[in-house]
Design a protein around this ligand. Structure first.
Ligand code: GLU
Length: 465
């Protein structure tokens, strides 16, 4: 069967194509001569599967989209505190190349306008690094994100350098305000070089998918950007990524995004997908006219708005009961009904999923409450199993809550077995409270053998038991 997804992307492209609004950026000569008939769209899933349509191999300069990634690099190289002391996180409502600084602090308002981006660039490697060192660092980092070696488009670089008076003015303003300490011309030239790196929509979708995938590269599985930096970058993209159209964007499209004057837009929907569109004609705010239309359509038709409530938490815990027969286990006491209760979690478990497990444990394993029919139904179970076999990840609060539940059940003397072949629970023997540990195994058979004795059978409503 042929996947319908590329056909759908093609349909999105053709729906936007008749829109002739906007014009190619004219303040950089090479961009002014761009072929405005070119259009492309690409989605990269967080497992690295890529779908694209249109001119998906056409290269263009990354321009302002680089700002999001260079901000992440600056955080890595200088530390978040230092970056925050130099660059704010407030939307400015100004044009991208406004000569403006925040009142009182003198910081550029955010890293997505040129003043903030030039400052972020100056923090890459170190404030005393050379232009070449910073360019090499940025090119390597962006290439790693894209999954192929990228290059600077020298023609675009030279063209922009020729008309760089405004950005140079911003550089000198930053130096005078004590925000940058290096040579302003060097910082601006480096910033312009970073903007002149060539990419295509497939590169951009993959780079966005790294942001959507908590900083882990979907293909190489390497943690390229620390998770805390990803959160910082996506937050700033949400509030400041679309120049002064951020409010419009968040309400009508609703995923963190960044656009560039060459006509590309990236979007990153956490946990789901990286998106990239390209069409050179931009509106008066600097955003690609057809790109905005394509992102609006994708968001509407594919349910990609980040504020659309998810129902995932409602289905993450499943309880089932098995009765063990022919077990050789000698420790069963008289009151034991040879019953094993299995609590199975699924997916990427966060606080709501862990809370549902906690609620089920307290209700079903606790004492019966006459007002709550079904409560205490497994208070005498001879074994309790947590199955994390289908759990992709636990976030820190889910893990902490489940660890606490485990400690409490062990303290009550329960026999507890954890099926955790991928070690998502990260049970640390050295750190366990009171030296009590659950039995951690790889599969159902090992769990059954442990509770009921080797070779025991289970009669169950659950086919896996
Ligand atoms: N290099 C461009 C500039 O600084 C980037 C602008 C943009 O893409 O918004 O003017």
């Amino acid at each position: 069967m042929k996947s319908p997804i590329p056909d759908y992307l093609h349909h999105v492209l053709e729906t936007a194509r008749p829109n002739e609004g906007g014009a190619a950026a004219d303040y950089i000569e090479t961009l002014a001569n761009a072929d405005t008939s070119k259009m492309a769209i690409c989605l990269s899933m967080v497992d690295g599967n890529v779908y694209s349509a249109g001119d998906d191999k056409i290269e263009f300069s990354i321009q302002s989209i680089s700002k999001a990634f260079v901000y992440a690099i600056a955080i890595e190289d200088a530390g978040l505190d230092q970056v925050l002391s130099k660059i704010g996180v407030e939307p400015s409502g100004d044009r991208f190349n406004q000569l403006s600084l925040e009142r009182n602090t003198n910081r550029p308002m955010n890293p997505m306008i040129n003043a903030g981006a030039i400052t972020a660039h100056s923090l890459v490697v170190s404030p005393t690094a050379t232009l070449d060192q910073r360019t090499e660092r940025i090119l390597n980092a962006l290439s790693r994100l894209a999954g192929r070696q990228l290059h600077v488009d020298e023609e675009v670089y030279q063209a922009e350098l020729k008309d760089a008076d405004r950005n140079m003015a911003i550089g000198y303003m930053l130096k005078a305000a004590g925000i940058i300490t290096c040579d302003p011309q060097e910082a601006v030239r480096g910033y312009i070089r970073q903007c002149a790196i060539n990419v295509n929509v497939q590169d951009l979708a993959m780079m966005s998918a790294v942001l959507a995938n908590a900083g882990v590269h979907p293909v190489s599985n390497e943690q390229i950007i620390p998770q805390t930096s990803v959160r910082q970058v996506l937050s700033v993209m949400t509030t400041c990524g679309m120049y002064d159209a951020a409010g419009d964007w968040v309400s009508s499209v609703g995923f963190p995004a960044k656009s560039g004057v060459a006509g590309a837009i990236i979007g990153a929907l956490p946990g789901q997908v990286g998106i990239a569109t390209f069409s050179p004609k931009i509106d008066e705010r600097g955003n690609s006219v057809r790109g905005v239309a394509m992102c609006q359509q994708l968001s509407r038709e594919m349910g990609l708005h980040m504020m659309d409530a998810s129902h995932v938490a409602r289905s993450t815990v499943q309880t089932s009961v098995s009765t063990l027969v022919e077990g050789e286990h000698k420790t069963h006491n008289g009151s034991c009904k040879r019953e094993v209760v299995v609590f199975k979690l699924r997916g990427a478990v966060r606080f709501p999923g862990a809370e549902r497990l906690t609620r089920a444990l307290a209700r079903e394993l606790g004492q019966p409450d006459p007002l709550d029919e079904g409560s205490g139904s497994h208070a005498d179970a001879c074994g309790i199993v947590f199955s994390f076999r289908d759990v992709f990840s636990l976030n820190f609060i889910a893990r902490r809550l489940i660890h606490e539940n485990i400690a409490r059940l062990l303290k009550e003397g329960k026999v507890l077995v954890i099926i955790d072949p991928s070690e998502v629970l990260e049970w640390d023997k050295a750190k366990a409270k009171d030296g009590r540990h659950p039995k951690v195994v790889d599969n159902e058979t090992e769990a059954r053998d442990y509770i009921g004795g080797t070779g025991c059978q289970a009669v169950s409503q659950d086919p896996e038991w």
